[in-house]
Design a binder for this molecule. Structure first.
Ligand code: UD1
Length: 420
């Protein structure tokens, strides 16, 4: 298994090109199931997660072709069998999003339940309730969802989500675009990836309005057609490299980043004493002086994203004073704490709050990646630590960060991938 070795203490200087958003690309890939024509995604990130989903789509009968220039062509001319087996779904939760499109197009589907993951139980009740509201009959049998649409197909409905869920909002959209009549979704998640999915669906002939707001209205259409779509830049990758530059010091330009998608983070970095300059298609991050402590609380968009909580905690270990980090989205998202402590951080966890006392002099050590965003927080700590940090089990990193070590070493970081 590969690992990453970082020799810390080098400031970062240079430009990092931001890839397409993983969390958007995975839903856009699922949207390819809604039409017989080709969906061509550009700025498609080459990641383990997108390859896993590609394997599942291929199993369903989709022609999946990686093309030059970060393009991904997907064509579901026909669906071989609307069956998503456990082995292909368990590797990545977002695979579950094929359920809605399969019911909408084929009238039936059998999809494995995704199960929990390291950061929490992550149920799918809201996804299933939304599909039922559209008329799907759903049964759970031996770990599988067996779903059927009524004879006339799915029908539009008014769905009020009892809590904000990114995945359930997207899943409902993916099914409602082909339902008969109007669907109104209320209390929707407002993440930029949702607007990206809606705009791509509209480019395919769907009628979706209001994505990015709490209420989304969808007028069902009979069929969708092919389209070309450019995946929105990854705001979590953007935030991660911004925090890396703040931790290591120096000045980094994040090219293709959309500043408007990270305002909560820019505010927190500003309070920490980091300079953030927003350009039209880039953001520049500069840090020279000492870091100040900042309290944050994770929230649905436009609040501080849970997906950059671990990275920000790594940064706060270097700040001069105490900061409080409160996680409100997932119940078990502090697995990076014991690993950061191995590097010399002083962090105490009480329930969903972590108190970080800095500044710590971090010293390199072997550490273990536990989930996607937690593992990159260890890379960030390693960039600021004295000596060598070795991050093991980096398949988690490869799930969501494209060419991480190349992007960082191009800015002067001493970081290499090693094979055991
Ligand atoms: C997505 C992102 C993930 C991010 C998260 C929150 C993808 C592939 N993943 O995950 O990176 O951290 O949004 O921004 O886009 N919940 C239920 N029942 C459900 C669905 C969710 O109780 O049916 C709960 C979850 O357990 C969690 C909360 O709702 O506590 C929010 O989860 P949700 O927004 O659905 O996250 P995901 O879509 O899984």
């Amino acid at each position: 298994m590969d690992r990453i070795r970082i020799r810390g203490g080098k400031p970062l200087h240079g430009t990092i090109e931001i890839s397409g958003a993983k969390n958007s690309a995975l839903k856009l890939m699922a949207a390819s199931l809604l039409t017989e024509d080709a969906l061509v995604l550009s700025r498609a990130p080459r990641l383990r997660d997108s390859r896993f989903l590609g394997q599942l789509l291929a199993h369903l009968g989709v022609e999946v072709e990686e093309q030059a220039g970060s393009k991904l062509r997907l064509q579901a001319a026909s669906i071989a069998d609307p069956y998503a087996p456990y082995d292909l779904v368990r590797k990545m939760r977002a695979s579950f999003n094929v359920l809605g499109p399969l019911i909408a197009r084929e009238g039936r589907a059998k999809v494995s339940l995704p199960g929990g993951c390291a950061i929490g139980a992550r149920p799918v009740n809201l996804h299933l309730e939304a599909l039922e509201a559209l008329g799907a009959e759903i049964e759970l049998e031996e770990g599988y969802v067996l779903a059927k649409a009524p004879a006339g197909g799915l029908t539009g409905a008014r769905i009020v989500f009892p809590m904000v869920s990114v995945g359930a909002t997207e899943h409902a959209m993916l099914a409602a675009v082909l339902a008969k009549g109007e669907t109104v979704l209320e209390n929707c998640a407002r993440e930029p990836e949702i607007a990206d999915l809606a705009e791509c669906l509209n480019a395919m002939g769907a009628k979706v309005e209001g994505a990015g707001e709490a209420e989304i209205r969808i007028e069902g259409v009979d069929r969708l057609h092919g389209a070309e779509w450019s995946v929105v830049p990854d705001r979590i990758e953007t935030g991660t490299y911004a925090i890396a530059a703040a931790a290591a010091g120096g000045e980094v330009i994040l090219k293709d980043a959309l500043a408007a998608h990270n305002h909560a983070l820019w505010r927190a970095l500003g309070l920490a004493g980091v300079e953030v300059r927003e350009g039209e298609n880039s953001v520049t991050i500069k840090r020279e002086g000492a870091l100040k402590p900042v309290d944050i609380q994770t929230e649905p968009f436009p609040g501080f994203p849970t997906d950059t909580q671990a990275q920000f905690m790594a940064l706060m270990t270097l700040a001069d004073g105490a900061s409080i980090i409160r996680e409100t989205i997932f119940e078990n998202r502090f697995m990076h704490v014991p690993e950061l402590s191995r590097l010399g951080a002083d962090i105490q966890v009480r329930g969903n709050e972590a108190v970080v006392r800095g500044p710590s002099t971090l010293r390199g050590a072997p550490v273990m990646a536990t989930d996607l965003r937690a593992s990159v927080s260890l890379v960030i700590a390693g960039l600021a630590a004295e000596g060598d940090t070795v991050v093991n089990r980096i398949y988690h990193l490869d799930r969501g960060f494209e060419r991480l070590e190349d992007k960082l070493s191009a800015c002067g970081a001493d970081i290499v991938r090693e094979s055991e």
